[in-house]
Ligand binder design. Structure first.
Ligand SMILES: Nc1ncnc2c1ncn2[C@@H]1O[C@H](COP(=O)(O)OP(=O)(O)OP(=O)(O)O)[C@@H](O)[C@H]1O
Ligand SMILES: [Mg+2]
Length: 369
């Protein structure tokens, strides 16, 4: 049974991989929504553009016109410098299309999958495993310290009872320091309750974080929101997500030294690999600030416990945030340069994304007002 042109068009539009259609002279004729999303452009901007102008400096496309065989030519790990200044790495397959083996080529279909994101996420997964091992050692140690510490505190309390009020200065110090250590160890042991997951509107949580930050620091920090309103509910523990986001947002506020712009953003991403599973759709949440950034050395270890760049920091906020996010089946990653630090969090999306009435950018500005 032959497919109607409109049905074929619909199928291509619904593909989660990027599909581009070129005429025989390699001028771009069509691109599906996933392609526009990946290349961060719209067909109106690039219709009829020659392939080499679309992907400047990419030798690979110079000889496409010589393609004669009917089967796809696949190139893995192709680095593309895009027409609009972006750069990304893709797996790319190109198939010349003809009506039959003797007919002339009528065009080329190009399919692209973003591997940059997959490489980055699988690197994150490896780091998580390493961190988990380190965290287990720390947890064991913290556990071992807690018991004798309880004994020390109890003994100091007994001793204090034997002493008149004015001679309790030293026992009070022991009790106070034991309490401080106890709080630190509790944080080091990390979240111990399993997540109580429920369907949750992520934008509601982010709006609460915005309110909290604003109430803590006043108007010296501007908090912008840039939401994609089409994002369906996610299945996570609300309190744990709240805690994780708050730790990240508070770090941003501290880094900006109470002056700057914090942006809370949501987007849908396609074909995301998390915890060795590929999800058709995922939510990406960004917490972005325009503070001084994180040095490369610190960035490498930022999710390890007890790693801090602040004199008064304990270095536990991000390690706790990561544990909370992982145990809710999410992933967290950070990228940073001076003037821009972004913590991104992904969660799987199981429900269908509702088509938004307006493009994400315009709708989000509404959501933020
Ligand atoms: N947005 C950011 N911009 C710059 N540096 C950051 C940012 N977020 C985190 N950092 C750095 O990462 C370090 C680790 O953060 P983390 O939250 O784990 O610990 P902390 O803030 O030092 O202590 P606490 O346990 O009180 O949260 C911070 O000390 C800071 O140097
Ligand atoms: Mg912190």
């Amino acid at each position: 049974m032959a497919l109607s042109a409109s049905l074929a068009q619909k199928m291509i539009d619904n593909q989660t991989t990027a599909v581009l259609w070129f005429d025989p002279q390699l001028h771009l004729q069509a691109i599906n929504p996933a392609g526009e999303n990946l290349l961060k452009l719209s067909i109106n901007q690039v219709h009829n553009i020659q392939v080499q102008n679309l992907f400047p400096d990419c030798e690979y496309f110079a000889h496409l016109g010589d393609l004669t065989q009917p089967h796809p030519v696949i190139e893995h790990g192709l680095r593309l410098n895009l027409y609009n200044g972006h750069s990304l790495m893709v797996d790319c397959s190109i198939t010349p299309v003809r009506r039959n083996s003797k007919a002339a080529i009528e065009g080329f279909v190009m399919e692209m999958v973003n591997v940059d994101q997959q490489l980055r996420l699988s690197r994150e997964e490896n780091l998580i495993l390493q961190r988990q091992a380190a965290q287990n050692v720390l947890r064991g140690l913290a556990h071992e310290i807690k018991n004798p510490l309880g004994g020390l505190r109890g003994a100091a309390q007994l001793l204090a009872r034997e002493l008149p009020q004015q001679q309790r200065e030293y026992t009070d110090i022991i009790i106070g320091e034991a309490d401080r250590l106890q709080t630190l160890l509790d944080r080091m042991l990390g979240p111990r309750t399993p997540p109580h997951k429920e369907l949750l509107n992520v934008h509601r949580v982010l709006c609460r974080i915005r309110q909290l930050v604003e109430s803590e620091v006043g108007s010296s920090i501007v908090v912008n929101t840039d939401f994609d309103p089409s994002i369906p509910d996610i299945f996570v523990d609300p309190d744990q997500l709240h805690q994780a986001l708050l730790n990240i947002a508070r770090n941003a506020v501290q880094a900006m030294q109470n002056r700057g712009v914090l942006c809370l953003r949501t987007r849908v991403e396609r074909r995301v690999v998390m915890h060795n599973r590929q999800y058709k759709m995922a939510l990406r949440m960004d917490v972005q600030d325009n503070g001084p950034g994180i040095s490369e050395d610190l960035l490498e270890q930022i999710f390890y416990p007890m790693v801090t760049g602040r004199a008064e920091g304990t270095g536990l906020g991000l390690s706790i945030a990561q544990t909370l996010i992982n145990q809710n089946d999410g992933l967290i990653s950070c990228s940073s340069k001076p003037g821009q630090t972004v913590f991104s969090i992904w969660f799987p999306l199981y429900k269908k994304v509702q088509p938004s009435i307006e493009p994400a950018g315009r709708a989000s500005r509404q959501a933020s007002s």
